[in-house]
Design a binder for this molecule. Structure first.
Ligand SMILES: [Zn+2]
Length: 252
């Protein structure tokens, strides 16, 4: 009897299998990669008592201005902070942003061009422009290209998330909402909430566009409180680098 694998048919069969196995492995790796990448970061897994303060600079219908009380305090005390800016806001506040752009403890990231509430519902071309044009705007004003993206109002779907990642940006939202645009939240309430809710690796969100009602007032207070709890502040990019993928070993 003729050996099957040595026959012409057997050889073709083996080659066919080899090709398909290769394609399958490639497909599997791509799937794994997209599953690993497709994520919205809301917290960083770290053992260190560090947190990142982020401030949104966005505007919708009305002109909005950079909250100089917040910026002056952060600058005077060299407190690391990450600003998520929309293109419209960045352009309007470009002169103020240029004054702070060179501080190494500040970062400027992408929060879309026009802050469209449901950006994920835009047609592909318009969606792309919302991200891409703001990348260019922030680069033009600050000299730095953003690495992170935050969806307006935090609204996204799987397709929009994937598109932003394919454009080379990582999506970062927040651990818990401080609620600083809420007029019913007093300075004391804001301070107490932050003091009790903050955990290592948290990403805190505030507004530096005039919508943070008591943010500037509460900022020195909760910074002092968190420092007393042993926390230090880092920029978002520094926090992302502290991410530990391995689970912490349990003590015996
Ligand atoms: Zn916003």
């Amino acid at each position: 009897m003729k050996d099957f694998l040595n026959s012409d048919y057997g050889w073709r069969f083996a080659l066919f299998n080899k090709m398909h196995r290769g394609r399958f492995i490639l497909f599997f790796l791509l799937m794994m990669f997209s599953l690993l990448r497709a994520q919205v970061v809301t917290h960083v897994n770290t053992e260190k008592k560090v947190i990142a303060l982020t401030f949104d600079g966005c505007e919708n219908k009305h002109a909005s201005y950079l909250d100089c009380n917040i910026v002056d305090f952060l600058t005077a005390n060299k407190i690391p902070a990450t600003f998520f800016l929309t293109g419209k806001f960045a352009y309007r506040n470009r002169e103020d942003l240029k004054k702070i752009k060179n501080y190494s403890f500040f970062e400027f990231e992408n929060h879309s061009l026009n802050h469209i509430q449901h950006m994920e519902k835009l047609p592909a071309g318009k969606f792309y422009k919302e991200v891409d044009k703001n990348q260019k705007m922030i680069k033009w004003i600050t000299g730095k290209t953003p690495k992170y993206f935050r969806f307006p109002a935090g609204n996204y779907d799987e397709r929009s998330l994937k598109t932003v990642e394919e454009m080379g940006l990582q999506v970062v939202h927040w651990t818990y909402a401080s609620g600083d645009p809420d007029k019913n939240i007093s300075c004391n309430m804001l301070e107490n909430e932050i003091d009790s809710a903050t955990r290592p690796g948290d990403i805190l969100i505030f507004h530096a566009n005039g919508r943070g009602v008591h943010t500037a007032e509460a900022l020195p207070k909760f910074i002092k409180d968190l420092r007393a709890q042993g926390y230090t502040f880092v920029t978002l990019d520094q926090l992302m680098k502290l991410n530990i993928s391995k689970p912490v070993a349990l003590k015996q």
